[in-house]
Design a binder for this molecule. Structure first.
Ligand code: SAM
Length: 269
């Protein structure tokens, strides 16, 4: 029987509620609590300055990046559909004494919920596979932007979604192209941040090709200012990956050969 979108999103929400307290321990928030921004140098180079800008962070999880953007001067709002993530984000904001708004909501429902407009719509690192409708996602981003505002995305390169978890080889186990049915992951793979933790809840994930993503944003009326591809990744997506001195993951045997992350900036006229 096909999975309904509601069933898939409800399962994913339960997964993220399970993982939120795990990540509070594994995300290394000590630095954040010392007021050190966790935004990486690539994003800073591509997006900053953010100081004084009204910024909404979609799929903000436990708020560590949202609050980093606040430390760097942005007026921040974070949105996530996991109540436990939002509760932790609010607690971290209080501990840091930072002004930040956090809303619990499905990002695909924001058109009916948020009337404020933002200079920057931001989302990054592990977000698109949870989105069931890429056109609605792009329309929502356009809805949230002020005229002249920009959307910034940094995400795992969709090419990587093709490879399964077989060690010592890059084996194509999944289609590069979008499938109407989400893929269900119900295995004993450890969490991407706490390798000692095996999540109990299953996930349902969608894949979107680079053209799906770019064309959805163009279709929503945005102008792509740049699209960059990088040979480093922000988490260990395959058993063969190793970490470099700056914390990025890559395939040592194929360093510089495969795109692992992409980033883009799109503007609203
Ligand atoms: C990998 S995390 C966010 C990435 C962020 N860079 C981080 O690591 O803190 C993905 C987040 O997306 C949220 N999420 C997934 N689908 C969502 C949806 N439809 N609406 C709102 N939040 C969603 C999850 O609850 C989770 O907190």
């Amino acid at each position: 029987m096909p999975t309904t979108d509601t069933h898939a999103e409800t399962a994913n929400q339960a997964f993220w509620d399970e993982i939120a307290p795990v990540h509070l321990k594994s995300y290394g928030i000590e630095g954040l609590l010392k007021r050190i921004s966790r935004i990486d140098p690539i994003q800073k180079r591509e997006l900053y300055p953010v100081a004084g800008k009204d910024l909404i962070h979609l799929q903000c999880h436990i708020g560590t990046d949202t609050l980093s953007l606040a430390l760097d001067g942005a007026n921040v709002t974070g949105v996530d559909f996991s109540p436990k993530s939002i509760r932790i984000a609010r607690e971290l904001a209080a501990r840091l004494g930072l002004e930040a708004k956090f809303y619990q909501a499905n990002v695909l429902e924001l058109k009916g919920l948020i009337t404020e407009k933002y200079d920057i719509v931001y989302t990054s690192q592990g977000v698109l596979c949870w989105i069931r409708d890429i056109r609605l996602w792009a329309d929502t981003i356009a809805h949230l932007l002020k005229p002249g505002g920009v959307f910034y995305l940094m995400e795992k390169h969709p090419l990587l979604n093709m490879y399964d978890e077989t060690p010592n080889e890059l084996r194509v186990g999944y289609s590069y192209f979008h499938q109407p049915e989400p893929a269900c992951f119900d295995d004993d793979e450890p969490d991407y941040s706490d390798f000692s933790y095996i999540p109990q809840n299953r996930t349902y994930e969608w894949t979107w090709s680079l053209s799906d993503i770019v064309n959805a944003l163009i279709g929503a009326g945005l102008t792509i200012r740049f699209l960059n591809e990088h040979d480093r990744l922000f988490y260990k997506a395959h058993p063969d990956m190793e970490q470099d001195g700056e914390g990025w993951w890559f395939f040592k045997e194929r360093a510089g050969m495969i795109p692992l992350t992409f980033s883009l900036l799109a503007a609203k006229a």
